[in-house]
Write a protein that binds this ligand. Structure first.
Ligand code: ADP
Ligand code: ASP
Ligand code: MG
Length: 416
């Protein structure tokens, strides 16, 4: 007997048929003798609709009320799945974040889980009842208000609950049958990985692969939760319980025998670039620029500094997320007097392509071959950053797919 947390994403609970399919997946595990808790997302599209309602009600709105609204999508699916399970004769009940409770910080809209009391779930396991928990939501204890964990946050709810109840595994059921070398919707030749190390998955997720929320991988790594990504679209009746299902295990690096140099490629179109032209090259200039951005809670990613065409001043170029673009421009304009610059050049149509692999630690020249391959295809690189197990390239958004496919082939990731 194992203790399992099963998580089902939005497309897996998109309508009543799919919810009934999920119920049969849960029954399959219960019938196999396992203790099961389930985490659900809102129905596909539901959260977007709720976010849109908030915007329509007032462009600038109270984030606490935003959380009240958007958390409701998961309340619906938790109740519906409990009903579907009961209809199959499985004792089940729904739980909202505050009922567990899942205690979070008060950063409404992107709260962090601080503590989970697993005792109610353990009582369910012992009573043979399936707990169906609304993902994505928690409660801030001092104010008693509902919080949400940021988009894609049900992954984090699931991994955190798995850690809290010391589950043997956290199974993430989604609309793809595992983690691929890159987004299989963009590169049909992408290959499913049998295993991926936490560190690599963390980079993949933070650099744009939305298959898992970043925070869920951080938690998985800290608490050593075995996370298995698999498809919810398989018919439960077709699954052979004696054979391992297709999927990807996210696990400790030491569990992976052989490492390719490159494991995967991630990309994000959610980028914008700001170049500050003709800045005086003097001590304190970086502080004058990045201080106000940091005060405004704007995350700066890639930074490039080079000599301006006049040879006397410097150009400072950096990237922010598309969501922060307008605010970042306004912040720099406001600090114009203390910075002192000739003009701002901006580009919103840029994307970041990243190559990831723990094998890069021990291999030189991995990035150099990418530069050559992209140059041959006429893709201009606007900025570069590197770290121990990845490098990222900023390019024009129009070239995203070409660049991803080129690098995917270059590093031998295409399936045969
Ligand atoms: P869910 O609603 O189940 O949480 P998501 O839409 O959040 O599902 O994540 C699954 C999607 O992530 C896939 O449909 C796929 O397009 C995308 N994706 C991006 N990169 C990858 C990758 N490397 N491997 C698998 N899926 C990926
Ligand atoms: N429903 C939330 C979202 O769409 C959380 C999730 O699906 O993980 O972002
Ligand atoms: Mg998701």
């Amino acid at each position: 007997m194992a203790r399992l947390v099963m998580k089902f994403g939005g497309s897996s609970v998109a309508d009543i048929d799919r919810i009934q399919n999920v119920a049969r997946h849960v029954k399959r595990e219960v019938d196999a003798g396992h203790q099961v808790a389930v985490v659900v997302s809102a129905m596909a599209g539901a959260t977007n609709k709720l976010v849109e309602f908030c915007r329509a009600a007032a462009v600038l709105h109270d984030q606490r009320e935003y959380d009240t609204v958007v958390a409701s999508g998961e309340q619906v699916t938790s109740g519906l799945l409990a009903i579907a399970l009961q209809a199959l004769g499985i004792p089940a009940r729904s739980w909202q974040g505050w009922q567990i409770p899942i205690v979070t910080s008060d950063q409404h809209g992107s709260a962090r889980i601080l503590d989970i009391d697993g005792s109610r779930l353990v009582a369910c396991f012992e009573a043979g009842q399936v707990a169906v928990i609304a993902g994505f939501q928690g409660i801030h204890k001092e104010t008693g208000r509902i919080t949400t964990l940021g988009r894609g946050g049900s992954d984090t709810s699931a991994v955190a609950l798995a850690a809290a109840v010391k589950a043997d595994r956290c199974d993430i059921y989604t609309d793809v049958d595992g983690v691929y070398t890159t987004d299989p919707r963009v590169v049909p030749k992408a290959r499913r990985l049998d295993k991926i190390a936490f560190e690599e998955m963390l980079e993949m997720a933070s650099l744009g692969a939305k298959v898992m929320q970043v925070r869920s991988i951080e938690l998985g790594m800290t608490h050593n939760v075995r996370i298995f990504v698999r498809s919810s679209f398989d018919k439960p009746e077709d699954i052979d319980p004696h054979r391992p299902p297709p999927g990807t295990l996210i696990c400790d690096e030491t569990e992976i025998m052989e490492h390719e140099v490159v494991t995967g490629i991630a990309f994000s179109r959610d980028e914008a670039q700001i170049a500050i032209r003709n800045v005086a090259d003097r001590p304190g200039i970086a502080a004058a620029i990045f201080g106000p951005l940091s005060d405004a809670n704007i995350n700066v990613d890639m930074i490039v500094q080079n000599v301006s065409p006049d040879g006397k001043t410097t150009d400072l170029t950096f990237t922010v997320t598309a969501a922060d673009f307008e605010r970042a421009k306004a912040t720099i304009e406001k600090a114009r007097d203390s910075i002192g610059f000739a003009r701002l050049d901006t580009a919103a149509e840029v994307s970041k392509v990243s190559v990831i692999g723990v094998g890069m630690r021990s291999h030189a020249g991995v990035a150099a071959s990418a530069f050559r391959a992209l140059a041959e295809r006429g893709v201009n690189i606007r900025a570069i950053t590197t770290s121990e197990i990845k490098f990222s390239l900023l390019i024009d958004a129009a070239f995203t797919e070409l660049a991803v496919r080129t690098l995917h082939s270059l590093y031998g990731l295409d399936k045969s």
